[in-house]
Design a protein around this ligand. Sequence first.
Ligand SMILES: C[S@@+](CC[C@H](N)C(=O)[O-])C[C@H]1O[C@@H](n2cnc3c(N)ncnc32)[C@H](O)[C@@H]1O
Length: 298
Amino acid sequence: MPPSGQVAGPRTSPRGRTSGVTALTNLRRALARTRLAPLVAFPKRAARVARHDARVVGASVRWLFTSREHTNYTYDLTTLNRTHLAWYVAAVCDVPVASVRDWFAELEGDEELRGHILATTATAARRGLADRAVRYGRRLGWYAMVRARRPAHVVETGTDKGLGTCVLAAALLRNAAEGHPGRLTSVDINPEAGYLARARPWADVADLVVGDSAAVLSALESPVDIFLHDSDHSVAHERAELRAVEPRLAPGGLLLSDNAMHTGVLPSYAEKTGRRFLAFAEKPARHWFPGEGIGAAW
Ligand SMILES: C[S@@+](CC[C@H](N)C(=O)[O-])C[C@H]1O[C@@H](n2cnc3c(N)ncnc32)[C@H](O)[C@@H]1O
């Protein structure tokens, strides 16, 4: 009998079961030190991978039968990822995170823009390959950065349908209404690009240019306050765009890249040119696509 006040051990468990559990724990510890360990852990590891892959396969199958998009996918961000994006913009632009959240809400509450995107998509020549939904993903961050920095000139390379172009133009229109006007140049090599961005009021502040982005950047006349690379995502082309835009950047200009999850071009460039760099990785909600990101150098 233990002296009174001392704990006597697991009295509620039968002695046999306790020693069985201890023996199993000891066996597991012993096995973990041997070459058999990966084999013993295999069923548990395989079950975890299978659970993860089943979720991806489920989302992929759902998407195959519910979406029409074949490239440049659109999606919402997870709630947590959106929080991370707000903090990312706050850090890059040195503004309160509450303002960034307000700008996110401003874009998402812009019913005129939402209605325009839905209506134009429904009648567009490429409507068979576009979803009847408005999902901005990381473009929320682009919008907030334009609202935070109030640039006089934004340049986007890679227009595609014009979703990002409309988002950037909407931010410029809000800035103008507050006394800070600005213009957007959006460049695409495809003359059919930009069908969403040809309507007013967005077209009032957006110039759609057809051509190779590196060549167009080299011929720009007005200084660039925010530059966004989202065109040919090869390393060589991203570098060529940065080389072309550098002499045209306004003092303190912000460089953004949509290639941040694929190349190290912008972080290397930031280091070489004495800038800071931060990357944000998207996490799409209910989608198989792992997401893109935003790289920022300033
Ligand atoms: C990913 S999409 C752009 C997406 C767009 N920024 C958005 O927010 O949805 C890439 C676009 O870059 C264009 N592109 C590819 N190579 C290019 C080049 N050398 N110069 C200009 N545009 C190019 C393509 O035609 C395509 O429309």
